[in-house]
Design a protein around this ligand. Structure first.
Ligand SMILES: [Mg+2]
Length: 279
């Protein structure tokens, strides 16, 4: 059996407030020791995820912008799909709609309904830092988006539901984050995970079992795709996921502390090859 770990970042491997991951270091070291791949799967951009990957010395594929794209290190797999394109040190499989398409759709919708919006497309890093609390460098990386266009609605004569319908008419999706609306293609973490696990299966020649870690609703499709879903409790979340995933394991604590405990408690079962669903 070949095991793969799939993990969300914010509120899961990273502390929701401080972004600290140090409580997870013992488990990260154990995974490295066993050569168990750790696939990071986040709503963040590649520009935001690559420095963190380097920091934890992770060399596995990663999923960006809520499943908009899969980044695979070159030479990681011997067989890769034809649609994978060269992107610096990686091969990129694009699953989402390209950023220029999203910009154009938002412009059309804005014009049709005389909306006043402020989108990432038109914002400087200073403006984003100002409204988000990110540092200037973080804001710069957050603006380097490929498959998801966040925007704020400054004034409008129509409802979010009407905007959502316009997005759907164009084969797009409108979602609401903490501070921003997000316009994206019809992608999600689950579809990206499904495709990546097929690649592992094709390339490693043995049965693959994936263990997924997530804390919030945008992890649901990913947790439904893996064989062993693990919910990281999030005291800030209004949707605890336990209802949608009744068979999932639940980590004993929030953020990287819970992540560490859950991984360490699964490892003996992985070592013995007797990992199965349920808690
Ligand atoms: Mg999260």
């Amino acid at each position: 059996m070949f095991y793969v770990i799939i993990s969300d970042l914010d509120g899961t491997l990273l502390d929701q407030e401080t972004y600290d991951y140090s409580p997870a270091c013992p488990a990260l070291a154990e995974l490295k020791e066993r050569n168990i791949p750790l696939v990071l799967c986040s709503s963040k951009t590649a520009a935001e995820m690559i420095p963190f990957r380097l920091e934890i010395q992770n060399r596995d594929p990663f999923i960006i912008e809520n499943g908009g794209g899969i980044y695979i290190p070159k030479n990681y797999f011997s067989t890769i799909p034809l649609e994978a394109k060269n992107k610096n040190d990686f091969l990129l499989i694009s699953l989402g709609r390209a950023y220029p398409d999203l910009q154009q759709a938002l412009e059309e919708i804005t014009e049709k309904y005389s909306l006043e919006v402020e989108s990432f497309h038109s914002m400087s890093r200073e403006q984003l830092a100002d409204v988000s609390g990110l540092s200037l460098d973080q804001a710069q990386d957050a603006l380097r988006r490929e498959f998801d266009l966040p925007f704020r609605l400054l004034s409008s004569n129509c409802s979010a539901t009407q905007i959502e319908k316009e997005a759907q008419r164009r084969g797009l999706r409108l979602s609401r984050g903490g501070r921003f609306f997000h316009l994206s293609g019809d992608n999600d973490k689950g579809r990206a995970v499904h495709q990546l696990l097929e690649l592992y299966q094709t390339n490693c020649g043995e049965a693959v079992q994936a263990i997924g870690f997530g804390d919030s609703h945008n992890d649901l499709s990913m947790l439904q795709e893996v064989q062993i879903p693990v919910i990281i409790p999030n005291p800030y979340s209004s949707a605890p996921l336990t209802h949608e995933l009744p068979g999932a394991r639940k980590a004993p604590a929030a953020g990287p502390t819970g992540w560490n405990d859950a991984v360490l408690s699964l490892l003996p079962k992985i070592d013995n090859g007797n990992l199965s669903g349920g808690s």
